[in-house]
Unconditional design. Structure first.
Length: 438
């Protein structure tokens, strides 16, 4: 089976799993029920078969903003270019158009650990929003630790494997900027770390600090990707919900999209738009995402081929989404082939890149043992989590075809990987035609 995918958090998943009440009930037994719907839901637009135009989305969002009244200092927190297909770029531009240059003080893309956006990427994703409004999130240095979620909750969330408090961290501009409205925009879609992406993850991870990013990723990894994927209310989300209780003074508004693929045209379309100030908007978006972002198969696949868009996937840190989003549909002894012409490094961050090169994508027990032995790895738990997520655990073969990593670069790392690296070579035939060989 060959799948040509632009894996930018806007895809349907191909999964051979059963999503039922049993798993949700098991979650609640550990962490309790999800929050009651006592927050504000301003907009719930769309449905499983809906196709929302950009004009419809803009009009609906502006109506919500008008209802909130005048704002004089607004902070926009959209995703970065790796989430280009989230359809939140035009909505970010709509927010800017509504409040104007005098109303929107700052635009802070939720980079997490990703590399900053270039001016060209910014202009393409947020048309009409001035570049001089853009601020870069420095996840290692420019953050404030506000409070901590108790260690007992972390211990429950990690099945007893971790026993330390979770730091509630935010970029200083978010926490100390004095904005009278903070608009967090993003796409709700199944996610390997959070179960479902976005909502308060955009804040506590997207513009959070190193300690919170590392610990959140590690909690998700040790709890188990395949126990969380597609589940909105899970142990890690419960921790972030507790963190939200420590930041209630922020005037937050969440703008959440759900994007699916049109069966007839094959194009990505917006199925839903949800706006609110708490969990309810996220829960409704997650319910819709389950309907449009999962493809349930009758049997597992023996071979899957994934193509990674070179504009968006330049590292295995991002490119390994090809593994996360297909692994539950691959048969034991099967093969995943990843065509990655734009991948030229392992980590988005230099320090994490070095750790990936040092330890490789080994099985979970091996990575956990390396974690005990390595101080540097313990200080970068998100890297350890990434290594766990990127391993097939020996269950299936992964053939990676990166365009920018040579065999010499991979070197001894290949021996540590559960992946086989094959370099993709692109040869130009004419100005408009290229041929890619593996």
């Amino acid at each position: 089976l060959s799948l040509s995918l632009s894996l930018s958090l806007s895809l349907s998943l191909s999964l051979s799993l059963s999503l039922g009440l049993g798993l949700s009930q098991a979650m609640e037994a550990i962490i309790g029920p999800p929050p009651p719907p006592d927050d504000n839901l301003y907009l719930a637009l769309g449905g499983e078969d809906a196709v929302l135009s950009e004009a419809q989305q803009r009009e609906a969002l502006v109506q919500v903003l008008e209802g909130l009244g005048t704002r004089e200092k607004v902070l926009l927190v959209p995703p970065d270019f790796t989430r280009y297909h989230s359809r939140t770029g035009p909505l970010t531009a709509a927010c800017y158009e509504h409040y104007g240059a005098g109303g929107v003080a700052d635009v802070l893309p939720a980079l997490g650990t990703h590399a900053p956006m270039t001016e060209a990427e910014y202009a393409r994703m947020f048309p009409g929003v001035p570049w001089d409004k853009m601020r870069v999130h420095d996840w290692r240095n420019d953050v404030e630790t506000i409070a901590h979620v108790p260690a007992e909750m972390v211990k429950k969330a990690s099945d007893g494997q971790l026993d330390e408090p979770f730091p509630v961290q935010l970029n200083r501009l978010v926490w100390e900027g004095g904005h009278d409205l903070v608009i967090s925009l993003g796409q709700v879609v199944p996610h390997e770390v959070m179960g479902m992406a976005n909502y308060n993850k955009n804040m506590f991870v997207g513009v959070g600090g190193a300690a919170a990013i590392h610990l959140s990723h590690h909690i998700g990894a040790v709890y188990g990707m395949e126990r969380m994927m597609g589940i909105a209310w899970n142990p890690l989300r419960a921790i972030l919900e507790e963190a939200s209780k420590q930041t209630t003074r922020l005037p937050l508004l969440y703008v959440l999209t759900v994007v699916g693929r049109d069966d007839a045209s094959g194009d990505l379309v917006t199925r839903g738009l949800f706006v609110g100030d708490g969990y309810t908007a996220f829960a409704k978006a997650a319910d819709l995402s389950l309907k449009v972002n999962f493809s349930l198969l009758e049997e597992a696949m023996d071979k899957v081929v994934v193509y990674l868009d070179p504009e968006k996937f330049r590292s295995t840190w991002l490119g390994n989404k090809a593994i996360y989003r297909t692994r539950m549909a691959i048969a034991d002894g099967g093969e995943l082939i990843i065509l990655a012409p734009g991948v030229h490094r392992f980590g988005e961050d230099d320090e994490i890149d070095a750790l990936i090169r040092e330890f490789g994508y080994r099985t979970t027990p091996e990575t956990m043992e390396n974690l005990k032995q390595s101080y540097n790895l313990r200080q970068n738990l998100s890297a350890a989590a990434h290594l766990i997520h990127g391993s097939s655990e020996g269950r299936f073969k992964i053939t990676y075809c990166p365009g920018g990593l040579t065999q010499d670069e991979v070197g001894s790392l290949t021996l540590a990987l559960t992946l086989t690296f094959t370099r993709t070579r692109t040869r130009t035939r004419t100005r408009t035609r290229t041929r890619t060989r593996t």
